[in-house]
Design a protein around this ligand. Sequence first.
Ligand SMILES: Nc1ncnc2c1ncn2[C@@H]1O[C@H](COP(=O)(O)OP(=O)(O)OP(=O)(O)O)[C@@H](O)[C@H]1O
Ligand SMILES: [Mg+2]
Length: 216
Amino acid sequence: MISFSHVYKTYPGPVHALRDITVEIQKGEFLFLTGKSGAGKTTLFRMISAFDKPSSGQVQVAGYDLAAIRANEVPFYRRKIGVVFQDFRLLRGRSVFENVALPLEIRGDRVQGLNRRVDDMLDHVGLILKKNAPIEQLSGGEQQRVAIARALIHQPGVLIADEPTGNLDPQMSEEIMDLLDRVNAQGTTVFVATHDHELVRRRAKRVVNIDAGHLR
Ligand SMILES: Nc1ncnc2c1ncn2[C@@H]1O[C@H](COP(=O)(O)OP(=O)(O)OP(=O)(O)O)[C@@H](O)[C@H]1O
Ligand SMILES: [Mg+2]
């Protein structure tokens, strides 16, 4: 489902953010990515979300060759994946509901039961009572849960989540991980970057560690 083959990413400087990354993630797998600040986690996720291309090597996700993807193919590719950004990237001035509904509206499809689907998702992440609140009135942890709901609303085959519990208390972190577990149990491939070694230890999933751009 996700395949990296000898991937390098070098930023001007030069900063060698990814060095010879080779990894295979099977369809339906749940994988953690750990590593210190600056190790390359977000860079690796930027390759998967097609926000950036590798300097060299191959990245394939859901049948797309992301080293060679054309700009006009990217919106179609993005329908196959869900992305939780480290910095959320929510739309300020819009409500919780509007933020979560956005990926469905962008598709332009007449989504059957859109209101119901968004409500169900907000229920899942414990935000139904904040449905009409503007984003800027939410706490950091609440915003994080909106970002997760938005990433999942179009039922992607692959979910990548960059520090999805970074701003949450331990109990809410567990609830979010339970939610990601359920999503995974329904067949979605889940790839989660986290600093939280305790959380990783409790979950007993496959773990890869990145250190100065090297996967170990
Ligand atoms: N656009 C960029 N231009 C130059 N250097 C960059 C750029 N983006 C990231 N880097 C560098 O690449 C390295 C990896 O950064 P990355 O954001 O992937 O780390 P990370 O593991 O996600 O860290 P954190 O845990 O703090 O989020 C760092 O040295 C960073 O400074
Ligand atoms: Mg990061």
